[in-house]
Write a protein that binds this ligand. Structure first.
Ligand code: FAD
Length: 464
């Protein structure tokens, strides 16, 4: 029998890698983990956490504006980016320390270097000549931002650099309107930057419920964000005044900085995966089965590097299933259904389950219940914005297939609704739940009337 240095070696100490390493070690395995940048990975260092802190920071201006109606007054409102980003960086450092200690306390060997595979059981560590061997290898290397292939792409920054900015520009163009583009557009606009959000498609946030997409675009425009849809980028140019985004058609956009939020690519290049013959997918992701096993028996992969559902709780779930399956003798397939997700823009949106469009494709009869209303908090401040809560129901079984929310605390509401939706509850069970009054979330259990599409008026276009 070969004696390996480790039972498990994990490449990448991000959300998935840290969880898998820790659980396997707690289950008695000898575990090593290599991290080439910072422990915590994308989520902690340059993703979810610092982004959410910036989103909180970007919302204060609007809160302060509304405070007057509640009797509060302050001196001149000022914002200091150095204070915000400095505090965010300190919090990220603190969290990195916590993640490092979690690994150390579990007895995991943490190696601060890049690891690559020489063969299915042998890893080369960039900071030393020696190799290490492991019975099982877990690839948890995450992904990195993709840059559009246009002339001048070297001028682009990505979400990574947003956390490193020493000063905010007066204006910013953001290319791409997935959740990262939309969130940063909202953050920078909230902090006083003039933002242009550029997207080649017909509407922002592909894949989300159509009605939420439309209402969110309206909400962002109301906050001064210039959204350019159907815009194909031709090039990025730089001059003394700043940058210019040029399009195939139409006027260019001038900006102090240009950010690309045009998707992410799995980190598989240069890892040795091709050499050992592991199966990779269309964009280089590691192809895995429901237990996260790759095409090579002792190599597994979790998280963004597998390009399944690229979210932190999913990477953690996949890592937990992996540790249970391989180190606790309990075959645990991953389950990606009913994963809730949010866009921390202003207004915020959150969603779980099927969109109305997806449900109509899959189910024979779909009922929609929705409520669009002005939150009580906005009334004194005379804010004319509406919140939207929408339920998608399978009319034949009465099961709730999807829940979509736009407005304050959407993410908090949908996280709780996700429990019910995952359990397969019915609309009747939502209705039987007592409301918590006064709250915005109570609408979710008080919608009694099915939404009917407006009847076309005779003589109108719709009736033609
Ligand atoms: P990662 O966390 O990326 O970790 C991979 C680690 O591997 C990295 O630390 C990397 O340095 C290391 N590594 C790579 N190659 C090697 C090597 N050869 N040797 C050693 N180390 C290596 N998700 C949410 O759920 N909610 C959000 O609000 C959210 N916001 C986001 C905002 C932004 C701006 C971004 C970019 C992402 C966001 N995500 C969010 C997605 C989330 O961050 C990822 O899904 C999650 O971090 C994936 O975890 P992972 O373990 O697969 O990879």
């Amino acid at each position: 029998m070969t004696a390996y240095d480790y039972d498990l070696f994990v490449i990448g100490a991000g959300s998935g890698g840290v969880r898998a390493a820790r659980l396997a070690a707690e289950l008695g395995a000898r575990v090593g983990i290599a991290e080439e940048y910072r422990v915590g990975g994308t989520c902690v260092i340059r993703g979810c956490v610092p982004k959410k802190l910036l989103a909180y920071g970007s919302r204060y201006h609007q809160e302060l504006e509304g405070a007057g109606a509640y009797g509060w007054s302050f001196g001149a409102v000022q914002f200091d980016w150095q204070t915000l980003i400095g505090n965010v960086r300190r919090e990220v450092d603190r969290l990195e320390g916590i993640y490092t200690r979690l690994l150390e306390n579990a007895g995991v060997d943490l190696l601060s270097t890049r690891a690559t595979l020489e063969d299915p059981h042998t890893l080369k560590l960039a900071d030393r000549d020696a190799v290490v061997t492991a019975k099982t290898v877990l690839v948890a290397t995450g992904g990195h931002p993709h840059l559009p292939d246009v002339p001048g792409k070297e001028h682009l920054i990505t979400s990574n650099e947003c956390f490193l900015l020493d000063a905010l520009p007066a204006s910013m163009a953001i290319i791409g309107a997935g959740y990262i583009g939309v969130e940063f557009a909202s953050i920078f606009a909230g902090l006083g930057v003039q933002v242009t959000l550029i997207y080649r498609g017909e509407q922002i946030l592909r894949g989300f419920d159509e009605e939420l997409r439309l209402r969110l675009a309206q909400g962002l425009r109301k906050r001064g964000i210039d959204i350019r849809l159907g815009a194909a980028i031709a090039s990025i140019a730089k001059d003394e005044a700043g940058y210019q985004v040029n399009f195939a058609h139409g006027d260019p956009v001038e900006a102090g900085l240009v950010m690309a939020a045009t998707g992410r690519v799995p980190n598989t290049v240069g890892l040795g995966l091709q050499q050992i013959g592991i199966a990779l997918g269309w964009n280089g992701h590691v192809v895995v089965d429901e237990f996260s096993k790759s095409s090579i028996d002792n190599i597994y992969a979790v998280g963004d590097v597998t390009d399944r559902v690229n979210l932190t709780p999913v990477a953690i779930h996949e890592a937990t299933c992996f540790a249970e399956t391989v180190f606790n003798d309990t075959s645990t397939p991953v389950n990606h259904t009913f994963t809730p997700t949010a866009v921390f823009s202003e207004p915020e949106i959150a969603t779980v389950g099927l969109t109305e469009e997806e449900a109509r494709e899959k189910y024979r009869v779909v009922d929609i219940y929705k409520s669009a209303f002005r939150p009580l908090k906005y009334t004194l401040a005379k804010r004319e914005e509406q919140m939207l809560i929408k339920l998608v129901i399978d009319a034949e079984t009465d099961k709730v297939l999807g829940c979509h929310v736009l407005g304050p605390d959407a993410a908090e509401i949908v996280q709780m609704a996700a429990i019910a939706v995952q359990l397969g509850v019915t609309k009747a069970q939502f209705d039987a739940t007592r409301a918590l009054h006064p709250s915005v979330a109570e609408e979710i259990v008080t919608m009694r009337h099915k939404w009917e599409p407006p009847t076309p008026v005779a003589g109108s276009d719709a009736a033609a």
